[in-house]
Ligand binder design. Structure first.
Ligand code: FES
Length: 103
């Protein structure tokens, strides 16, 4: 596991919401699942467009482009086993959400 980098203030992402942030030049979807933060790559494996963080039901984010849903806890796609998004380790330090890109 690589170094952790500040991604956002925890207070900016209330439970049941998400936000796209840039960590070390990479777009990351940050989500608050009932008080636990999760991070996924923001590039959809379907056609390599941004997934976004707007359509989030508290556990699953739905890609803005063609509607595939991804469980933000493990990155799996709900509609097909063909696709999966990368997940990243997250921790919270002093009210800041920190993400490791694993590099
Ligand atoms: S690009 Fe995400 S569902 Fe097609």
């Amino acid at each position: 596991m690589g170094a952790f980098f500040r991604a956002a203030a925890a207070a900016d992402i209330p439970p049941g919401t998400g936000k796209v942030v840039v960590v070390m030049g990479r777009e990351v979807g940050l989500f608050n699942v009932g008080g636990t933060f999760r991070a996924i790559d923001n590039i959809c494996p379907h056609s390599f467009r941004p997934i976004g963080a707007v359509d989030f039901d508290g556990k699953v984010v739905t890609c803005l482009w063609h509607g595939l849903g991804f469980d933000v806890e493990d990155g799996r796609c709900l509609q097909t086993t063909e696709f999966c998004v990368e997940t990243y380790p997250v921790r919270v330090e002093d009210g800041q959400v920190m993400v490791s890109l694993g590099r």
